[in-house]
Design a protein around this ligand. Structure first.
Ligand SMILES: Nc1nc2c(c(=O)[nH]1)N[C@H]1C(S)=C(S)[C@@H](COP(=O)(O)O)O[C@H]1N2
Ligand SMILES: [Mo]
Length: 533
């Protein structure tokens, strides 16, 4: 037997392994570079972010409810798997020449550069991590390709392989292993370092803001919201105030923006007589208020839990915007987050002082959690979150609905309208087995800002009537929050379907017509099967 290969060339396996190791090193270097450019600018995040942003309207419904933590990880994993497959294929094709692998890595790198450069709300420096990743990956691949080349000449081992080849193999494996492990270590190190760097130094900044707000409250600068009255919630039911950790969360942020409050500004511009630019000190120098608000997501299914209630602290938005002297022709208040997400709210509501729109800085007496918009977000009682509740807000433009469409309107969701009157059964649990006889049912109902005047509970055929009035819990402030309810039913042994319907403060009964979310909110009476035994 003589030498294995006709010329100096790595096999397919070495080509693929070399390309993968080089790509890992490149991504690791890119993640390190992202420590400079900020959260979400790493090459993988940038591409994943574009994948989310370019999601076609047809799957927007999944995206709006689904871009929670689970699916965020799914998008990143998907990008990594596809990229790794492409890299391995390009590497395997690199026989005599390193060109296919070089071209494949360069193409992926350019995709990252493009993604980083076009990310909404990003700066020109955001392409840096992808450029670093590209250069490092291509350089590493070319070196590994050279190292991996089999050299056919020379003595042959007893198993038929050339001696030189076993040497190059060891050399190649060591270099590729080092590159791959180095890349993974760099990426992991960057992940550990990121939250400790200035842009990620959010924990202490949050505590500082909370302490500042406490001091303002102690100095009487924040008139406290009315306390939750005794009996606002019922035994077995949901708490009136949602613990902040349980407050539902919906956003498109692949990585939660880390906004340093020291550098935060809010610009108010567009169709205004006077532009405003505020920093956090300017904001906190204004009168602060505390307000109970129930916030809900338009994509909430009937009976779903994308609805929560808390005590927001913040600055009234209406007088602040009035100071900018809005043009009466501007029918839209268009707000933008630092991550480029946008929401368009009707000016008629936001500019109305009675509506109570807030630039919120705290939930339940503490600075906003980072994932709920730290340091400043908008809350507009009476609008769904997708057209109002901009987290990490940094820009407000007075404009028209004709001139600009916000993030979700572009993706097929309806422009803002009044919120639907909604209700939910919280206990008994679905398919619960309850003792026959007297059965207690509890739940929540909300119709912000109209309030809830009545809740009825029914069993059996809704057309046959038989609705029973529920007892309503008291609320700390009329209109802007949900209302807890409790009813007693007499259920004979057997299977039953319990349903409920609410009446809003204006006397309108919640519609029983079943409708799924998209383009607007879901409607219909919630139903719950229970078995009495
Ligand atoms: N920057 C930003 N703000 C956002 C969103 C978003 O994706 N990005 N989602 C909105 C939607 S659809 C809702 S329902 C509310 C949810 O607020 P929460 O996550 O604090 O519950 O935030 C709104 N604000
Ligand atoms: Mo939402």
């Amino acid at each position: 037997m003589t030498a294995a290969g006709p010329a100096a060339r790595p096999g397919r396996l070495r080509g693929a392994a070399g390309a993968l190791a080089a790509a890992a090193l490149g991504v690791g270097a890119g993640q390190l570079a992202a420590l400079v450019t900020g959260p979400g600018t790493g090459p993988v995040d940038a591409v994943a972010g574009r994948v989310v942003a370019l999601t076609p309207p047809a799957v927007a419904e999944i995206a709006t409810v689904g871009i929670g933590l689970g699916s965020r990880a799914t998008v990143v994993t998907g990008v990594l798997v596809v990229a790794a497959a492409a890299v391995a294929a390009a590497g395997a094709l690199s026989g005599r020449s390193d060109r296919p692998g070089t071209a494949g890595l360069a193409a992926l790198g350019l995709l990252g550069v493009l993604a980083g450069g076009t990310a909404a709300g990003g700066g020109p420096l955001d392409v840096l991590p992808a450029v670093v990743a590209l250069v490092v990956a291509v350089t590493a691949f070319r070196r590994l390709h050279r190292l991996g080349a089999r050299i056919p000449a020379g003595p042959v081992l007893p198993d038929g392989r050339p001696l030189r080849d076993s040497l190059t193999r060891r050399r190649f494996l060591r270099a590729a292993g080092l590159a791959g492990a180095g890349g993974i270590a760099a990426a992991a190190g960057a992940g550990v370092l990121a939250p400790r760097l200035p842009s990620g130094r959010i924990g202490p900044a949050r505590e500082a803001l909370t302490a500042r707000l406490r001091a303002l409250a102690a100095a009487g600068r924040i008139p406290p919201a009315p306390p939750v009255p005794a009996g606002a919630a019922f035994p077995g039911g949901t708490a009136f105030a949602t613990p902040v950790a349980d407050f539902y969360r919906i956003d498109t942020a692949l990585r939660v923006p880390a906004v340093d409050p020291a550098g935060w500004t809010l610009r108010v511009h567009g169709m205004v007589g006077r532009e405003l630019l505020l920093d956090l000190d300017d904001l906190l120098a204004r009168p602060l208020v505390e307000r109970w608000v129930t916030l809900s997501c338009v994509s909430n299914e009937v009976g779903g839990d994308l609805v929560s209630t808390t005590r927001f602290t913040g600055v009234e938005l209406a007088p602040l915007l009035a100071a900018a002297v809005p043009d009466p022709a501007a029918d839209q208040v268009f707000s933008t987050s630092v991550d480029g997400w946008t929401a368009g709210s009707p000016s008629s509501l936001v500019l109305d002082p009675a509506a109570g729109a807030l630039l919120a800085v705290a939930m339940d007496g503490e600075a906003l959690p980072v994932e709920h918009g730290f340091p400043v977000r908008i809350v507009v009682p009476g609008l769904y979150g997708y057209v109002s509740a901009t987290k990490w807000v940094t820009d407000i433009e007075l404009t028209t609905f004709a001139a600009r469409a916000d993030y979700w309107r572009v993706r097929g969701w309806a422009p803002p309208g009044p919120t639907e009157t909604a209700s939910r059964i919280d206990s008994p649990t679905p398919y619960a087995r309850v003792p026959a006889g007297r059965v207690v049912v509890t739940g929540a109902a909300w119709a912000v800002p109209r309030g809830i005047s009545r809740v009825e509970v029914g069993v059996g055929d809704p057309a046959a009537g038989g609705w029973v009035d529920a007892e309503l819990g008291p609320v700390p402030a009329e209109g802007a929050t949900w209302r807890m309810w409790r009813a007693e039913l007499d259920l004979p042994a057997g299977g039953h379907t319990v349903r409920c319907r609410a009446t809003d403060g204006a006397g309108a009964v919640q519609t029983g017509q079943r409708r799924s979310p998209l383009p607007g909110a879901a409607t219909g009476w919630p139903e719950r099967p229970v078995t009495a035994v």
